[in-house]
Design a protein around this ligand. Structure first.
Ligand code: 3PG
Length: 306
């Protein structure tokens, strides 16, 4: 069986080695394409039985070239880069690897919060996290790791997630909220962990951000698509105390940076899951899940239906 690992953003070398070992040990063959073009992708997918990707776009025209493909594993959490309907129509199983890179993303949340609270280390007096309130928007694997770390900083925690019971949050010492307006109005920091879906796209904008208390910081390690950028720019323009930090450049990054300078910060590429550990965990899980599906149809983390 041929397993294609196609990643625009390469895994750490040790992770690639471990993925190759897992695939070879099962008697399968790995083809690795890092930083390839669309043409490279089309060529490489032609004879692949399984595909492992990160945030790489997998759409219907690409799948038209994938004559042998049986399974796609997104080495990570969010699968908004994969056309699930197109995969289902071709009876291709799509899985993600939940939890494997979530600690890495959660740690970056605090790296970004501290950077903003210390004025991007420019020498001016900043502020501390202890005693401040943090609202966690979506209480999945990343949100739970954020809560765990925030407790160490002595922060007050609330979370909102309509798919998670109050009891789960309460067991973690997190106060459940049921109103997104409350999440924004009651927290010094709001950390976004919602997936990009039809419902969440452009859902965080002027009205919500304007509710934040003085010196509020919005942290986005989720997806740029959940932000209504025009609304956020308007809010930052009217409220010189607010700050926005995002793990990936927004579409209008130049406008944000020109207008708001040190009140915004964006990573050049999505860096949340870009650690040796997360690469290893998510990459090896993706390899094992691909192999298990090819061997006997194991599909515990399947996210599409056919
Ligand atoms: C995820 O959804 O798992 C994260 O956003 C990580 O994405 P990446 O694999 O492109 O770094």
């Amino acid at each position: 069986m041929k397993i294609l690992v196609f990643t625009e953003k390469p895994f750490a070398p040790a992770a690639v080695k471990a993925i190759a070992n897992a695939i070879n040990a099962a008697g399968s063959e790995m083809k690795l394409v890092e930083g390839g073009t669309r043409e490279d992708f089309i060529e490489a997918i032609a004879d692949a039985d399984a595909l492992i990707v990160r945030s790489d776009k997998v759409d219907a025209p690409l799948l038209d070239h994938a004559k042998n493909l049986k399974v796609i594993v997104r080495a990570g959490a969010g699968y908004d880069n994969i056309d699930l309907d197109a995969a289902s129509a071709r009876k291709i199983c799509v899985m993600n690897t939940p939890g494997q890179n979530s600690n890495a993303v959660a740690e970056l949340v605090f790296g970004m919060i501290i950077m903003m609270c210390r004025n991007q280390y420019n020498g001016k007096s900043g502020s501390e996290l202890k005693g401040k309130s943090l609202g966690i928007y979506a209480y999945g694997q990343v949100g739970r790791n954020v809560a765990r770390i925030a407790k160490g900083f002595g922060m007050k925690l609330t979370a909102l997630d309509k798919f998670v019971s109050d009891a789960v949050m309460e067991a973690d010492g997190v106060t459940p909220l049921h109103d997104v307006k409350q999440l924004f109005s009651e927290n010094d920091f709001v950390s976004l962990h919602i997936p990009a879906t039809a419902e969440t796209r452009n859902s965080i904008g002027y009205d919500l951000v304007m509710l934040m208390p003085k010196n509020g910081v919005l942290i986005n390690t989720a997806r740029k698509e959940v932000i209504d950028e025009a609304g956020l720019i308007k809010a930052l323009g009217e409220r010189p105390d607010l700050r926005y930090v995002s793990d990936i450049k927004p579409d209008n990054s130049e406008e944000f940076e020109q207008k708001f300078a040190a009140r915004v910060f964006f990573t050049p590429k999505k860096m949340g899951a870009q650690t040796a550990e997360a690469n290893f965990n998510a990459g090896v899980a993706a390899a094992e899940q691909s192999l298990a599906y090819l061997k006997d149809g194991w599909n515990k983390y399947q996210v599409n239906k056919f």
